[in-house]
Design a protein around this ligand. Structure first.
Ligand SMILES: *Cc1c(COP(=O)(O)O)cnc(C)c1O
Length: 332
């Protein structure tokens, strides 16, 4: 099977497992785990922030951030299709009593500046207090342009809002754009990054920000059940990923481009050129029924219906891509 459903399906490599097995550990709820502490220092320094918090998932990382910025009855401005709004079980509202103000997004994932401006509520008892702007990069495999990030976060600051970046795949954006990670992160008060996506770790995300914000996030993490004990075995995988799996994301991007190129010229099938590791294949309605099942039967796993999503990652080789192209062309 060639598994193109997500970059979360990667399995830890033998070298990563060796690093995990060798990790020094302690009780991280007491702050005693040296490997967790090393990871937190490392990722904070990489992103140019004072502090970091290791958490089990990106969902918890984002929720800890939202709960650190917002009080009960506050609201955050967020994309209609953003993970922090649509794909996290409504956690901000359910667990944080934080109201989302979702806005429709452009094709590149951006929220129009005028829409952001217009959705910031005046200080009036009718309204929730607008507290935060949350952006996402990459979004659907696309790199959020740096000049847009500068403008949107400047607008937020001018209007007294805090800023959060869901950077689950931030290192894909960094490798694709060549913009240093700290240059992106410096525009945001908090940034969440996942180690369990393209970086290939089995578990884990980090939230970075100021000492004060991360102290609040630490309290939220405990409340949300994310205080882990000898978590150094997991942090070791993340440290290994930072050492060995960042630059190689370029291979995933090249594989995605090759896959998109290989699917050109089929009737009723349109494929955009990918910027990072996600290929979207739009199917004419008559092509769609049963396609995912037929691809599965032929050895290629993917998700979608009228729009297939194919994600390249550490466990997919250039040869696998050639085979996937043959299967996809035959099936489509
Ligand atoms: C995967 C993902 C997350 C976090 O997901 P978890 O499965 O909770 O680790 C957050 N944001 C985006 C954009 C993601 O793709």
């Amino acid at each position: 099977m060639i598994d193109l459903r997500s970059d979360t399906v990667t399995k830890p490599t033998p070298a990563m497992r060796a690093a995990m097995a060798a990790a020094e550990v302690g009780d991280d709820v007491f702050g005693d785990d040296p490997t967790v502490n090393a990871l937190q220092q490392r990722i904070a320094a990489m992103l140019g922030k004072e502090a970091a918090l290791f958490v089990p998932t990106g969902t918890q990382s984002n929720l800890c951030a939202l709960m650190s910025h917002c009080q009960r009855g506050d609201e955050y401005i967020v994309g209609q299709m953003a993970h922090t709004y649509r794909w996290e079980g409504g956690g901000a509202a359910v667990l944080g009593s934080i109201q989302p103000q979702p806005l429709s997004q452009g094709a590149d994932g951006s929220l129009a500046l005028a829409d952001i401006e217009a959705s910031i509520k005046p200080d009036d008892a009718h309204f929730a207090i607008t507290r935060l702007l949350a952006l996402e990069n990459t979004w659907s495999g696309q790199v959020l342009p740096l000049d847009y990030i500068e403008q949107a976060t400047a607008l937020a600051r001018r209007r007294g809002l805090a800023t959060h970046l869901d950077g689950a795949r931030l290192f894909n954006a960094v490798v694709a754009s060549g913009v240093p990670v700290a240059e992106i992160a410096r525009h945001f008060d908090t940034v969440s990054v996942c180690f369990s996506k393209g970086l290939g770790a089995p578990v884990g995300s980090a939230l970075v920000g100021s000492k004060a914000l991360i102290a609040r996030a630490h309290r939220a993490r405990k409340m949300l059940g994310g205080g882990m004990r000898q978590a150094g075995v997991l942090a070791a995988a993340a440290l290994y990923a930072l050492d060995h799996h960042v630059e190689r994301l370029a291979e995933d991007h090249a594989n995605a481009r090759r896959l998109a190129d290989g699917l050109q010229g089929l009737a009723g099938v349109s494929v955009a050129t990918p910027q990072t590791n996600m290929v979207f294949v739009d199917l004419a309605p008559h092509k769609a029924p049963g396609v995912v099942e037929r691809l599965r039967a032929a050895g290629v796993l993917c998700t979608g219906l009228y729009r297939l999503r194919l994600v390249t990652h550490l466990d997919v080789s250039a040869d696998d891509i050639e085979r996937a192209i043959r299967v996809l062309r035959e099936t489509l």
